[in-house]
Design a protein around this ligand. Structure first.
Ligand SMILES: Nc1ncnc2c1ncn2[C@@H]1O[C@H](COP(=O)(O)OP(=O)(O)O)[C@@H](O)[C@H]1O
Ligand SMILES: [Mg+2]
Length: 295
């Protein structure tokens, strides 16, 4: 289980880091193996920062992140190496994840060199074949090629296949669908569901409400670094209790102009509710938590 307890990230900004910016504030949630949890919020709400902290690409400045009971902040070099053997991240832009002068074989081979040095050639070949098959990629379509010779959808799948070579237990998927075309989107979403069925725990980060609704059993709504609503996906979508969640959902089928107006309405509602930042998550029904000001 990945577990966050009161996790906060304060960035030092400005000349000589004299001012501070709180990007993530008091975030708590858990992802079990075999479930997909969506982290939904508008651009700049802190989603990627949460994902990067889970992957220890940046350190939390408050709270704790534990994976199977171990605090990731305490990991040294060798602990981290072992950690990345079971927890991997896939980020928005698949192109930047690949070195353009390395052929696909070499990108995959680096996993073997780093994590599976004792595997025989035959075992390795079988592993590559299985991983590519799991993401519906033909070996002939990708092996021996350079990244620029592949489509965005193929690269995205390849990133997932690379993670699968490692028998990971958790995946952080940050806006993985955003740059895919509509037909490929559904395939990758279905692939994530297959991985879940195979026991993976997935933190699915997106700004797109409909994607979160499609894949996840639980949903968190993040607004300016705070979780304002959290619960079973059908409750958060079907019975949203926080004004911000309500306005996000109401704006989905509408035009951009209206979105901005609604966004402002939600901000005003939330800012007045959140005056001193003491809003606490209150359980409104089984497993459905909403940030409410104590009365
Ligand atoms: N390294 C950094 N230094 C300072 N501010 C940062 C840094 N990384 C992210 N931020 C800020 O933290 C906020 C959240 O960013 P991010 O987690 O990328 O949001 P999201 O993924 O939801 O769009 C943004 O205001 C962003 O500008
Ligand atoms: Mg992001």
């Amino acid at each position: 289980m990945i577990r966050l307890d009161g996790v906060t990230k304060v960035f030092q900004t400005g000349v000589f880091g004299r001012s501070a910016f709180t990007a993530v504030s008091g975030v708590s949630f858990a992802v079990e193996q075999g479930e997909i949890v969506s982290l939904i919020g508008e651009s700049g709400s802190g989603k990627t920062t949460v994902g990067r902290m889970v992957l220890r690409l940046t350190q939390a400045t408050g709270g704790t992140i534990t994976v199977d009971g171990r605090d990731v902040a305490t990991f040294g070099r060798s602990d981290l190496h072992a950690y990345y053997g079971s927890v991997q991240g896939i980020f928005q832009d698949p192109f930047s994840s690949y070195n353009p002068v390395f052929k696909v074989d070499r990108v995959l081979g680096m996993i073997r060199a780093n994590y599976l040095p004792r595997l025989s050639d035959a075992e390795w070949k079988r592993k590559v074949r299985d991983a590519l098959e799991a993401v519906s990629l033909e070996q002939a379509d990708v092996l021996g090629k350079y990244p620029h010779q592949l489509s965005g959808g193929q690269l995205q799948r390849l990133l997932i296949a690379r993670a699968l070579l490692l028998d990971i237990r958790f995946l952080v998927a940050d806006e993985v669908i955003s740059m895919l075309d509509a037909s490929t989107r559904v395939d990758v979403l279905n692939l994530l569901s297959d991985l879940k069925a195979r026991g993976l725990g997935i933190l699915f980060i997106t700004h797109d409400l409909s994607l979160g609704n499609y894949v996840s059993e639980r949903t968190m709504i993040l607004q300016r670094g705070r979780v304002v609503e959290l619960g079973p996906t059908e409750k958060v979508f079907g019975d949203p209790r926080h004004p911000y969640t309500q306005s996000l959902l109401a704006s989905v089928p509408q035009l951009h102009v209206k979105w901005q107006a609604r966004e402002r309405d939600a901000r005003t509602a939330w800012e007045s509710a959140d005056g001193d930042g003491t809003a606490e998550l209150v359980e409104v029904s089984d497993g459905h938590l909403v940030a409410l000001e104590p009365s």
